[in-house]
Write a protein that binds this ligand. Sequence first.
Ligand code: NAD
Ligand code: GLY
Length: 369
Amino acid sequence: MAVIPVAIAGAPYDVRIEAGVLARAGEYCRPFLRKNNVLVITDHNVATKWRQIVSDSFASAGLHSDWLVLPAGESTKSWEHLSRVIDWLLEQEIERKDKIIALGGGVIGDLTGFAASIVKRGCGFIQIPTTLLAQVDSSVGGKTAINTSAGKNLVGAFHQPALVLADPLALDTLPLREVRAGYAEVVKYGLIDDPAFFEWCELNGLDLLAGDQTAREYAIAHSVSAKARIVAADEKETAGVRALLNLGHTFGHALEAETGFSDRLLHGEGVALGMVLAARFSARQGLMAGQDAERIATHIGTVGLPASLAGLALDCDGRRLADHMLHDKKMDAGTLPFLLMRGIGKTFLASDVDLNDVSAFLDEELART
Ligand code: NAD
Ligand code: GLY
């Protein structure tokens, strides 16, 4: 069990990581609630596995819960479902000081958090993340968003939760492919600035994926501590610190765009391959040792995540992938800040990357078998 403070100025909160916390959610949420009823937003898959346990825990704490169960999947982060959520919250007579519960993965957390940030000009919410990705990344730090026809996460707000409850046991019902995708974000913290944690991943990653609870709890707590430190230093990503969390995302985003943001490549899988490409590109630019880049690729491949472009069977060239990067929301006055590495745990923000070099590099990677 670990309780990790997130010291955001003006909006501090705790992340409680505890096996079995879903069954005690009512007890931990109770001090944050002013009424005896609570509004819970979740998706169909999570409701099937966890609704009874969570609603029983609310009942044990003397709370009646009303539930909105949305379809599972990325397409739920839409105007249509945002509008549905807002209408439902207003029908339920939500008040500004209420706290909405987001029970689910990053999709439910991002959508519910955004709805909370705008309904009645902003009310509170509690994150109960049920995927590894949401437990180690999206539930912490207050980024909320929906997607539009122009791209992913283009409409949103910074809105911090009042509490985060992460239950490693929730991962027991999560498909292995989704656990792996979340694991990419765990490895990311090692690669950013913590080489000892990357070594821990090399030693324990397979156990974590096989269901080892000690490894899961340690990885979640370590990742949340890293994220808490970073977002407390740069909540709104304006000081060049929080941007480090985007390691692998520029390459990954281009690959997600090329594969149509579909099940062909989950977000975490794109990040995994994106980190390998960022490392290999850094090596190609003479910034980091090639053997370090290959060490990263080996670990990503060993745990079953994509470590090369070959497996994606893309029908495009490097220029096309680089062009996707021009639509990245991190574009800044015509330049794209890139996260590169000087070694494992030595990630830095480079602002002078030439997309022609990236395109040539991607052609080489596409030609590898
Ligand atoms: P997700 O929410 O779609 O969950 C993945 C799948 O797992 C879904 O089918 C879901 O129904 C199912 N699921 C969730 N918990 C389960 C459980 N315990 N048992 C069985 N099934 C379960 O996806 P995700 O990977 O959690 O999140 C991806 C989203 O997060 C993307 O929209 C991405 O943009 C966003 N994101 C946000 C941030 C942020 O800082 N806000 C960071 C990273 C990613
Ligand atoms: N997931 C990136 C961030 O929270 O900034």
